[in-house]
Design a protein around this ligand. Structure first.
Ligand code: DC
Length: 220
């Protein structure tokens, strides 16, 4: 069984998917972590991704990116180094968005995502899971919320983690990423035609979780 959850950043995909996977006994796979790891690899090599596409491709092709899943959750590795704790900064978010626009990078990571989804029941979240990675997934959800609300949630999350940021900067970064992710030529962010669109702007966390759980239960 495959459940695809797509949507823009800050819509709550990963927190909700993680809990749903636990409730349903599925494995949760966060594909954004792979693009974040690829972005981090480029940042470490001082590649200006938007201007140096070839360099970015060669860095990503020369780097082993692995994702492991277990009861304790998902871990992401770059050449064997566990970078799970290093990929959630605003700088890495933007690098991930930039590197994800490069078709050669996507093809490599999509192959890994399909392989991970082929042997187990998964809830996979990302931007193109329903449209491109798992087009035959029987349950597809497009999770969204207004950009102000998404920025507010992301701002609280970053503050709780001790990051030094302003609401305005978080909002600007989210909007720039939305634009980047939805206007790229290859597998852009958009709802699959057969997806169910859930807008959580007016819903709190418990209500969002209940809505998704009901949608999934109805279709399982
Ligand atoms: O979900 P996230 O915020 O961790 O994703 C980081 C970036 O990676 C996002 O801005 C776009 C890219 N991404 C993608 O292009 N396709 C996916 N399936 C997942 C993420």
């Amino acid at each position: 069984m495959q459940i695809a959850i797509d949507g823009p950043g800050g819509a709550g995909k990963s927190t909700l998917s993680k809990l749903l996977a636990k409730k349903l006994g599925f494995v949760y796979i966060d594909t954004g972590a792979m693009y974040r790891a690829a972005g981090l690899a480029c940042l470490r090599q001082n590649v200006v991704i938007r201007e140096e596409t070839d360099k970015a491709v060669s860095v990503v092709e020369g780097t082993e990116i692995d994702l492991t899943v277990s009861e304790e959750g998902q871990r992401i590795f770059l050449n064997g180094e566990d970078v799970t704790g290093l990929i959630r900064t605003p700088e890495v978010s933007m690098a991930a968005s930039d590197v994800s626009a490069i078709p050669a990078v996507r093809l490599r990571l999509v192959a890994l995502q399909r392989q991970l989804a082929s042997t187990r029941d998964v809830i996979m979240d990302g931007r193109d899971i329903g449209t491109y990675v798992l087009p035959d997934a029987p349950i597809k959800i497009f999770l969204t919320a207004s950009s102000d609300e998404r920025a507010r949630r992301r701002f609280i999350e970053l503050k709780e983690r001790g990051e030094n940021c302003t609401f305005e900067a978080v909002l600007a970064e989210l909007e720039e990423r939305d634009k980047n992710d939805s206007t790229r030529a290859f597998a852009p962010l958009k709802p699959a035609e057969d997806s169910i669109i859930v807008d959580t702007t007016e819903l709190n966390f418990e209500e969002s979780l209940a809505r998704l759980y009901d949608i999934i239960q109805e279709r399982l």
